[in-house]
Design a protein around this ligand. Structure first.
Ligand SMILES: Nc1ncnc2c1ncn2[C@@H]1O[C@H](COP(=O)(O)OP(=O)(O)OP(=O)(O)O)[C@@H](O)[C@H]1O
Length: 274
């Protein structure tokens, strides 16, 4: 977790005297581990990976929540297949929405009447909402909270890294040198903030030929070099396919998805618990 020594705003921040700006967790919540999923670049499959992690952990019997910190582009409700549900609350708490398989989720879209309406808010309001999702949502007992980070290395990502105790951060990339460069920025940002980077998941790594089963690399990015240069572990590769593009039908495609994601989740578990 971050502290004031690593914070770029330390000179002007009012929390400096306390030595940290970590937000106290609501005493009604008991969250054992927080896994943040980030990319730096948008549209590479961060939310997809967040949902895959949540589903797999839930299948293994863990109590799981997923916090959609992508306030201006929330996709978790759709990917979980619960886009029509709405969150409720009382004077003290916001209650998370729960999937049929028992994953608790909070996203701005659960609070919007119409998912197509944009939120046209400035940074401080957006960061305030993310902080509320952390400490005003009644998560209860969770083994793992997955945070789907917003794209980029801006204000919201910075606030999350500073104020939420992240156990480990997973970076999602695709095999294109332009994307790798931006993901490298995000990894370096996390390291500057003393966040434990668990590794990189390469999404859209390849497609599988439907006739001969051969793996075809569509992009020519030098993943090996990128991983080596940054000294970070490759946690696994995810192909581009229909199953991944239709996560709301997860249980129909579970076996295919498991073949790909089971080794990845086992590695993640090893890293967060090792
Ligand atoms: N491996 C894959 N195969 C096929 N489609 C995929 C794959 N991964 C992601 N997609 C699709 O690509 C789109 C973007 O994915 P996703 O929303 O997970 O990315 P993101 O990085 O979270 O985007 P954003 O920057 O908007 O938050 C979605 O339509 C998703 O279904």
């Amino acid at each position: 977790m971050s502290n004031c020594n690593t914070c770029p705003s330390a000179a002007t921040c009012s929390s400096k005297d306390a030595g940290t700006c970590t937000i106290e967790l609501n005493p009604n919540n008991n969250i054992k581990k927080v896994i943040a999923v980030m990319s730096g670049k948008g549209g590479v499959g961060k939310s997809t990976v967040s949902v895959l992690i949540a589903k797999k952990l839930r299948e293994k019997g863990y109590k799981v929540g997923i916090l959609d910190a992508d306030i201006t582009g929330p996709s978790i409700p759709r990917l979980l297949g619960i886009k029509d549900k709405r969150a409720t609350g009382n004077e003290e708490f916001i209650f998370p929405v729960e999937t049929d398989d028992g994953i608790k989720a909070m996203s701005l879209n659960f609070l919007m009447e119409d998912e197509n309406q944009p939120v046209i808010w400035r940074g401080p309001i957006i960061t305030g909402v993310v902080q509320q999702f952390w400490n005003e949502v009644l998560w209860g007992d969770l083994d793992y909270l997955i945070i789907d980070m917003p794209p980029g290395t801006g204000d919201v990502a910075l606030t999350i890294m500073q104020s939420i105790p992240i156990t480990g951060l997973i970076m999602v990339s695709v095999p294109q040198d332009l994307v790798s460069m931006i993901v490298a920025k995000a990894i370096n940002m996390a390291r500057k903030m003393n966040i434990n980077v668990l590794g990189v998941i390469e999404n859209m790594s390849y497609i599988v030929c439907p006739d001969c089963g051969k793996k075809i690399k569509l992009f020519k990015g030098d993943t090996e070099k990128f991983i080596k240069d940054l000294g970070v572990e490759l946690l696994g590769e995810i192909p581009m396919n229909e199953d991944m593009n239709n996560l709301e039908l997860y249980y129909e495609n579970k076996d295919n998805i498991s073949k790909i994601f089971e080794p990845i989740i086992n590695k993640i578990l090893e890293k967060v618990n090792g």
